[in-house]
Design a protein around this ligand. Sequence first.
Ligand SMILES: Nc1ncnc2c1ncn2[C@@H]1O[C@H](COP(=O)(O)OP(=O)(O)OP(=O)(O)O)[C@@H](O)[C@H]1O
Ligand SMILES: [Mg+2]
Length: 97
Amino acid sequence: MHLVTLSAAPETPPPTYVPRALGTTLTELAGLFPVVYLTGPRQSGTTTLARNVLPGFRFIDLEEMLAREEALDDPRRFLRRIADGAEGVVLDEAQRA
Ligand SMILES: Nc1ncnc2c1ncn2[C@@H]1O[C@H](COP(=O)(O)OP(=O)(O)OP(=O)(O)O)[C@@H](O)[C@H]1O
Ligand SMILES: [Mg+2]
């Protein structure tokens, strides 16, 4: 009998966060404006930056199918729902919807 077992790779700890110069500016702008647009090349650290400098914000990833479908289906209801009770919201991959 031949047995093949598959298992996930051992958890690797997340890399230590290196503070970015833009962090303070992003926090300030998020407190001043209703919407702040953060963009950058692929893998440049936009998600990590937002997660680290806006820790109280609700994080929604529009790469996730269910969130994207809801946003496309009824944008107003989606925005109302994600804003409800949140200090702020990060919409990651916002270009997807
Ligand atoms: N400030 C940082 N300190 C340490 N590691 C970082 C930092 N910013 C990004 N990284 C690492 O770089 C990689 C890319 O980061 P991240 O996913 O945040 O980039 P992104 O711009 O959101 O990428 P994508 O284009 O896939 O959306 C990740 O492995 C992340 O852990
Ligand atoms: Mg990202």
